[in-house]
Design a binder for this molecule. Sequence first.
Ligand code: KIV
Ligand code: ZN
Length: 514
Amino acid sequence: MADHLVIFDTTLRDGEQSPGASMTKEEKVRIAKQLEKLRVDVIEAGFPAASDGDFESVQAVASVVKDSTVCGLARAVETDIARAGEAIKAANSGRIHTFIATSPIHMEKKLRMSPDQVVDKAVWAVKRARDFTDNVEFSPEDAGRSELDFLCRVIEAAIDAGATTINIPDTVGYNMPHQFGQLFHNLLENIPNSDKAIFSAHCHNDLGMAAANSLAAVRNGARQIECTINGLGERAGNTALEEVVMAVKTRQDIFDVDTRINTREIVNASRLVSNITGFAVQPNKAIVGANAFAHESGIHQDGVLKHRETYEIMLAEDVGWSTNRMVLGKHSGRNAFKTRLEELGIEFETELELNEAFIRFKELADRKHEIYDEDLQSLVTDKNIQRVENVSYRLVSLKASTATGENPQVEVTLWINGNEASALASGSGVIDAAFKAIESLVESDACLQLYSVNNVTDGTDSLGETSVRLEKAGRIVNGQGSDTDIVTSSAKAYINALNKLLTDGSKAHPQAPV
Ligand code: KIV
Ligand code: ZN
């Protein structure tokens, strides 16, 4: 029988460390529920010591998720471990993931600790975490650049202290697959008690090797992969869950392991994460990109029509493409709307919220004939974004005019802390004019770092989802907006980002020195 490969999803923790990808508690709970539906074994729900908000998010995920283990990250310090222990208390199955850096450069320059001190701290941290749960994971941070003998020493001690999972992070994405595979081989061979723990791979994608490195680790004995939906994560991101899961499923001839992932939920998970974070999925992204199963060239199309396997190694339906594109329209009733939302895992806390969503659905159906699942998801996400209370700015109305040979003009009316104000601006394009009009009212001084619009479905009547990234004084936020009119969608996204800039974003970064 094939070994079980544990899928440990860290979208809500390492994924959230992407600049601008921070999520609210409600958003994290929505993603966690989808991860549970996807049947991931472990959900790393956050770093509870980062802030009160992060603590509450991990607590909320721990209390709603029943079928996956919920994990909290903690540096090897008392406050972090106690906080993580408290946050996962409500979980059916809870894990603490504690870590300390082991590479010479991190020990010397970041921790300013000797190797002996690091071993003592690791042992202490694992034992302390065991006071809260039997399920303790230990990571030697920057293992990919650590010395093998020292790595063996610290891991052996961590297992003796009670660690049940040993995670090997390639923190800076420096390793090549043959090296990373060899590292696992060496660790499993040389550490006398290696059979007492599950070994795990945690790879970053700085050189585009994250999935390849994780799979090389599996070939050499790793039985857990840490990954994120869409490969979200700091810098170039983490290993993409969809890539490693489909690789082991498709190449059973090479990988003698099984996951329990319900692969038909992969596309839904990808859309939800992209929707909530505003990080678009590139069209040619493996598995979840819009073109991943599209055959452009005539030769390919001919081959696929004659015999699918000529050019297709996976079924689009197996990862959740186009299995559930039930169409709703302006004549669909409240019941059909509610049923479809439930099937998509979208629930409302009150009847009032459902009624509001239904009104928005009807408004959309007046402008767009066929409403797909993607539209419903976008509609609900946009509603959550725009309805946030205690915001300083809201879009009241917008009027745009554009003509060939003339500079477009946009007049914007905003609600600003209880008062309405309007401004007219012209720009090189209509979006430029809209943003200038908003800026002339709010004078944020923020710098626009990224702007993108994606159509949610095919056709020119599609909802356009806009992402805006703003930077101010080193703080980066992403704003999202959705509308069939892209100027409105863009203005909503810009205002959403401005509101985020005004919130208290201070939280500790887990990899910063304690
Ligand atoms: O990349 C890394 O080293 C991490 C650790 C906290 C496990 O994310
Ligand atoms: Zn990481």
